[in-house]
Design a protein around this ligand. Structure first.
Ligand code: MN
Length: 232
């Protein structure tokens, strides 16, 4: 039996609606620039393919709640997204087989230090500082495929303090979920426990201490996140 020098970090996990089991999370993959209207609001080129990046699993905030306003930013943005959770994987998965690897779906927030993203883009620097910070991935409970089917045509809505900011449909994704799994698996061996944030529609914006964010996708458990005081 392996002896550790100190207690290993806890496994990041998500609750599953209708089950006492938890979903153990291995990796958080993210898709960027996957809705044309969001590309336009970011002044980017819609002809460029969507981009792939990651957040660390310990950035998860399972089920939402209050998160501190992060250190090292003056422009914290929300991005409401559909999250796909995998029960199996592999390399080079065919689009036709992609849905067979899906355990379920959730809603999640790709919290972003937008000020540092602008600098990273301008200088060609890595994205960890803008996307992969602590508590940057609040994700709601997973709804299993057997309970909801596959989420391909569903409204996605995000409000801040009760005011609608994002209102779109999952069917507007440039790469749909099957294409995302196929393309991602050409670059990385996907496994059970991987989750994928599938990109945000238009309407992203800043939040400050005291704001509350509500995110929903038709058929899935909603997510509620409050922005607390600045992290110490
Ligand atoms: Mn995003």
């Amino acid at each position: 039996m392996t002896r550790f020098a100190f207690d290993p970090p806890a496994t990041a996990c998500l609750p599953i609606t209708g089950s006492d089991d938890m979903f153990p999370v291995r990796r958080i993959y993210c898709i960027g620039k996957n809705y044309v209207a969001h590309i336009h609001e970011m002044n980017a080129d819609e002809r460029d393919p969507p981009v792939i990046f990651m957040k660390p699993a310990d950035a998860l905030v399972p089920g939402g709640g209050t998160i501190p306003y992060p250190v090292f930013t003056e422009n914290l943005h929300y991005e409401g997204e559909l999250v796909v959770a995998l029960k199996s994987g592999g390399y080079d998965i065919a689009e036709a087989d992609a849905e067979s690897h899906i355990f379920g779906y959730a809603v999640g927030l790709d919290m972003t230090r937008r000020d540092h993203q602008a600098a990273a883009l301008a200088k060609g620097l890595p994205w960890e500082v803008t996307k992969a910070f602590d508590q940057s991935a609040p994700v709601g409970p997973i709804t299993r495929v057997e309970d909801v089917g596959h989420v391909t045509d569903a409204g996605i809505r995000l409000s801040v303090n009760g005011e609608t900011r994002q209102d779109a449909n999952i069917n507007l994704m440039i790469w749909n979920t099957k294409e995302i799994i196929a393309r991602l698996s050409q670059q990385h061996r996907l496994t059970a426990g991987d989750i994928i944030m599938t990109g945000t529609p238009a309407g992203v914006g800043a939040v400050v201490t005291g704001d509350v964010i509500d995110l929903g996708v038709d058929g899935l458990a909603p997510l509620h996140v409050a922005i607390g005081a600045r992290a110490a």
